[in-house]
Design a protein around this ligand. Structure first.
Ligand code: AMP
Length: 412
């Protein structure tokens, strides 16, 4: 049993540190859950390289100037210590009795973790057992957890899983139509990702419609550099576009999304590529970047405005896939109350929203051009009054959701 097992936050403590550890990066945010405000945020990039960089931004009282540190940060331990020093310089040190818990984003929780979970030795072992199904993500998350445990062994550490929200998917949506024994032996099934975002955004959409989450059916389109769609019926996820890994589904910044799986055998047999090379091709060199050389939607739109045909085709392929998912999820849900756009592209790209909804009037969907053109950080409707189904933009906030779920578990 670790010192954190069953641990509760010290009475009255209301701050939560949220950590999102990647293979060579560490993102952090410190939030105060009394008033759900952000106190500071930061990012450490290129951990382990000579050119590591830490950018720290105080956020309290409307935010302050970012501070930067450059130069080698050898590992996650050093990265978290550097972040802790920056927080301490703002009077927000991690030794503060105000700190209630540390919440970790963990990408893969398999079938076991359906809820946020206080991290014990046994929980950590189970997250390690899931490494074969999340080889790119879970090892970094585990490093982040161990590092934070070393720094504050007395504090509750909570894992919030990207897959958890999708564990309500019915078996017929989660299972691939492949041999059952083979699938089960290797835990091959559709897990889905971005769950914290889909949970947060679908709930905020219900609020925007002034309804209880149980009373609304929502299609959430999380369009960031990674992208996924989900169908949420009465607050429960019933279908999502990512699968065993985040590669399935929509066209993304650098991932192909759906392809015929035979493309992979073809690449091996005909092009002589190894499994690792195909993995890199489909995850890092495909999607928008593979189609036109750019994965930033702003740049793609700029090129389209200049008459660039490759950029235009990439945009059309991206939007076509989105439309197919909107149609499919309308059928899955039967009745749709809202289609909601979120994340970097979804929140900011009016042309993507307009093109994805264009021609879907038969599904009750339409976008009002003026409302769609409004730039705002607030949840908002962009459909005309007459539309049967609401179309909305709801900014996601995965850190706030992780902090909220973490705090709910440890607050006493
Ligand atoms: P995310 O992964 O949610 O941070 O989203 C990152 C992506 O959002 C970038 O790669 C861009 O394609 C897109 N993005 C960010 N800002 C804008 C913007 N103002 N207009 C269009 N796309 C944007």
């Amino acid at each position: 049993m670790t010192t954190t097992e069953g641990a509760a936050a010290s009475r009255g403590a209301s701050r939560v540190l949220v950590l999102n550890s990647g293979s060579s990066s560490l993102k952090y945010q410190l939030l105060d859950m009394r008033d759900r405000t952000r106190l500071a945020s930061g990012l450490v990039e290129r951990i382990g390289e000579e050119t590591s960089r830490l950018v720290h931004t105080p956020q309290a009282g409307g935010g302050g100037e970012s501070r930067e540190r450059n130069g080698r940060i050898p590992d996650h331990d050093a990265a978290l210590r550097a972040a802790a020093e920056e927080l301490a310089a703002d009077g927000l040190g991690l030794d503060s009795p105000e700190l209630a818990a540390i919440g970790h984003r963990v990408v893969h929780g398999g079938l076991r973790f359906t809820e946020p979970t206080v991290i014990t030795d046994e929980v950590l072992k189970e997250i390690e057992r899931l490494v074969p199904v999340a080889p790119l993500h879970n090892p970094a998350n585990i490093t982040g957890i161990r590092t934070a445990q070393a720094l504050r062994p007395d504090l509750p550490q909570v894992a919030v899983f990207d897959t958890a929200f999708h564990t309500t998917m019915p078996e017929y949506a989660a299972r691939y139509a492949i041999d059952v024994e083979t699938a089960d032996a290797h835990r091959i099934r559709r897990y889905g990702f971005h769950g914290t975002s889909h949970a947060y955004v679908s709930r905020r959409t219900a609020e925007l419609l002034d309804k209880a989450p149980e009373d609304v059916n929502v299609i959430v389109l999380h369009l960031g550099n990674g992208a996924s769609a989900s169908a949420v019926a009465g607050g429960r996820c019933v279908e999502t576009s990512m699968g065993l890994t985040p590669l399935e589904g929509l066209v993304m910044g650098t991932r192909s999304g759906d392809i015929d799986p035979a493309v992979t055998f073809h690449l091996k047999r005909v092009a002589g590529m190894s499994a690792d090379e195909i993995d890199v091709l489909l995850n890092k060199k495909s999607g928008l970047v593979g189609l036109c050389g750019d994965n930033d939607m702003r740049e793609i739109r700029r090129r389209i405005d200049e008459g660039d045909e490759r950029a235009a085709l990439a945009f059309d392929i991206y939007v076509h896939r989105l439309k197919k998912y909107i149609g499919a999820y309308s059928a899955v849900l039967g009745r749709v109350d809202a289609v909601v756009f979120t994340a970097g592209v979804g929140e900011n790209s009016a042309p993507v929203r307009e093109a994805a909804i264009a021609g879907l009037e038969e599904l009750g969907l339409a976008v009002d051009a003026d409302l769609n053109a409004v730039r705002s950080g607030e949840p908002r409707l962009i459909s005309p009054n007459y539309a049967r189904v609401a179309v909305a933009v709801v900014p996601t906030d995965e850190e706030l959701e992780i902090a909220g779920q973490t705090f709910a578990l440890v607050d006493n």
